[in-house]
Ligand binder design. Structure first.
Ligand SMILES: Nc1ncnc2c1ncn2[C@@H]1O[C@H](COP(=O)(O)OP(=O)(O)O)[C@@H](O)[C@H]1O
Ligand SMILES: [Mg+2]
Length: 390
């Protein structure tokens, strides 16, 4: 398998968070973006991440993304980049067109996605540019809620499997229709037997989602274990396991899984009717990260969690690389100051495995001069970026 070389050669932002008008060329290999807190380092990486997955990783609304105060008058925002895949150049764009509207934000934003100027759906956009983001917020994978872990799996799998993304969106629709029907039944305005149709639609999609998630999680687990071993000096053993919302685990045979979910939906029916929501299924599942057989969510220290998340992220990069034939862009957000010297060197060494890395830091002094000498150095001040001479 030949891995194709990819990098972002230009990024341009208009009215995106604290960037009014940015147009910057980026080389391959390492770029260090240095600046104090609140200058726009995370926003810069967020923009690149959005160009990968067509939405904000922080789960923000348009109101948050569009520059405060730009809505009246300017009325549009843009996040765009040129990617260079071997010799081929492709332009990726996300536009928000705002119209005044009588709601709490005072406007509505319409999102347009384009590849080389041609309008596309999000599902066709995702996968053109892959990136892996490491930030302190990623500790949510260990300490956060089940929804942050589901979101992680959903975004990862969507980048490599378009059918998964379609099934996920369909499942969300079916599940919310099923929930509306549950409420109608609770209020005496519909009959129980109307649920059968939604149950079978839901079980069909749920089966596909769950089987894919378990498969990818197993890959993540197998790939992250040796990386984690190395990072913990061979002391610790890490693995991940899928945690179903049902009491029993899902059978991995598709027909058996479908039958199992269907029967679970029926046995939970009366409870679901009184709650008005569906209590079992992929929208309620979770996964666990074990370190030396202990559930890290409950038992790990901050340091252990950080190592586990780093290992998971490098495993994620490997999965993206194998399935897309390109190395993802490495995005490191202010992570280095969180790490001790040895771990920091380890992480910076790993950047050599990537075609392009963008590393932000508020503490440039902790990065060695030799590493800086090999990097493209940028300085950021209030959303304005300039080149920095060493
Ligand atoms: N929609 C927005 N409009 C204008 N400024 C914003 C918007 N969203 C965030 N910001 C500003 O961006 C800055 C934070 O940027 P961030 O990238 O998180 O900084 P850093 O990572 O360098 O600490 C803050 O000053 C914040 O007020
Ligand atoms: Mg930041």
């Amino acid at each position: 398998m030949r891995i194709l070389i990819i990098h972002i050669s230009n990024l341009s932002l208009r009215n995106f968070r604290n960037y009014q008008n940015l147009d910057i060329n980026l080389p391959d290999k390492v770029t260090l973006l240095m600046g104090n807190n609140g200058q726009g380092k995370s926003n810069f990486l967020e923009a690149i991440y959005m160009l990968s997955v067509a939405k904000s990783y922080r789960g923000n609304t348009e109101r948050d993304l569009i520059t405060e105060g730009s809505v009246n008058g300017l009325s549009y925002s843009k996040i765009a980049c040129d990617i260079q895949l071997q010799e081929k150049s492709t332009k990726l764009e996300i536009h928000y067109q705002c119209e005044p509207f009588d709601n709490k934000d005072g406007f509505v934003a319409q999102k347009f996605i384009k590849i080389n100027g041609i309008p596309k759906r999000a599902s066709d956009f995702v996968g053109n540019l892959n990136s892996v983001l490491f930030s302190v917020a990623e500790l949510d994978l260990v300490f956060g809620t089940p929804s942050s872990r589901r979101r992680y799996l959903n975004i990862l799998i969507s980048q490599i499997d378009k059918i998964y993304l379609k099934n996920l969106l369909d499942f969300q629709k079916i599940n919310s229709q099923r929930n509306s029907l549950l409420k109608l039944i609770r209020e005496g305005n519909s009959q129980d037997n109307e649920l059968s149709y939604w149950d079978s639609q839901s079980a069909k999609l749920a089966t596909d989602l769950i089987i894919k998630r378990v498969e990818i999680l197993e890959n993540l687990s197998n790939l992250s274990n040796p990386i984690h071993k190395e990072m913990s000096n061979l002391k610790e053993n890490m693995y991940c396991s899928y945690l179903p919302s049902t009491k029993e685990i899902y059978p991995m045979n598709p027909e058996k899984c479908f039958d199992f979910i269907s029967s679970q939906l029926i046995s939970n029916r009366s409870r679901d009717i009184s709650a008005g929501t569906t209590s079992i299924g992929p929208h309620r599942d979770d996964f666990q990260i074990f370190i030396n057989d202990l559930d890290s969510h409950r038992f790990s220290s901050r340091g252990q969690a950080r190592t586990a998340v780093l290992a998971l992220k490098f495993a994620e990069a490997e999965i993206l690389k194998r399935s897309r034939n390109t190395t993802p862009i490495l995005l490191l957000d202010d992570l280095l100051s969180e790490l001790d010297l040895e771990r920091r060197e380890q992480i910076l060494d790993m950047t050599t495995m990537f075609d392009q890395s963008i590393i932000t830091t508020a503490e440039p002094e902790i990065i060695s001069q030799s590493f800086k000498n090999q990097s493209n150095l940028l300085e950021i001040n209030h959303g304005e970026i300039s080149e920095k001479k060493t």
